[in-house]
Ligand binder design. Structure first.
Ligand SMILES: [Fe+2]
Length: 213
């Protein structure tokens, strides 16, 4: 398991389960406060990382409430007492419902900014971590984007969410919810240039594009 320390913020990408899911661990190395994103399938990997880094889990954050992203919530909460954070739009069990542009802080150093980005699901969010990274869940994958044909999915919403993502700092590292790309992460700049789903389109063209088989 790898540990990247960038800009006084610890970020780990953790491959879990049989559906190429990524969980993430984000920590403040000074206060030792941490957040886990989308815990599922292999909690032992997450618990081990918390232990070896002496981290205290403060938040369990879900990019959206599909089962393969929240499956470990209850067990991890029972083991750690961390509070569950989801979009205010989510109907799943949570302690904190966050709104667009709301922030949570780990220690004094790590700022988590929530961007409500529906499209793949009504409660999809992206979460920016300092000026380093953005967790995109199933909204944006490396070289792909999330499907919109599941219940609550909406291509028009995804279009608006992509407009939002375009305005973020292109230097951010994109950390997706699944390992569906040629590599596990990429910069937003690289995705804006190479991801065919992010090609600039008129809204009607994008909706047509997303509804093609
Ligand atoms: Fe999903």
């Amino acid at each position: 398991l790898k540990t990247n320390i960038e800009s006084n913020c610890l970020i780990d990408q953790i491959r879990v389960g049989n559906f190429k899911n990524f969980s993430y661990l984000v920590g403040d190395p000074n206060s030792k406060e941490a957040a886990v994103f989308d815990p599922a399938w292999e909690l032992s990997k997450i618990l081990n990382l918390l232990k070896i880094n002496s981290l205290h889990l403060k938040f369990i954050i879900n990019t959206h409430s599909h089962m393969d992203h929240i499956e470990g919530n209850t067990e991890l909460q029972n083991l750690t007492g961390a509070r569950i954070v989801m979009s205010f739009k989510s109907l799943a069990k949570k302690d904190i419902g966050v709104k667009d542009d709301q922030e949570l802080i780990l220690g004094n150093n790590v700022r988590l900014r929530f961007l409500v980005t529906p499209g793949h699901s009504p409660d999809s969010m992206c979460i920016q971590v300092n000026d380093i990274a953005v967790m995109t869940g199933d909204t944006l994958f490396i070289g792909e984007c999330g499907r919109v044909d599941l219940p609550g999915g909406d291509a028009s919403d995804l279009y608006e969410s992509f407009e939002r993502i375009r305005r973020l700092d292109p230097k951010l590292i994109v950390y997706p919810g699944h390992d569906y790309g040629l590599k596990p992460s990429s910069t937003l700049k690289e995705q804006l240039e190479n991801n065919y789903t992010l090609v600039k389109r008129e809204k009607q063209d994008f909706i047509r594009f997303m509804n093609e088989p």
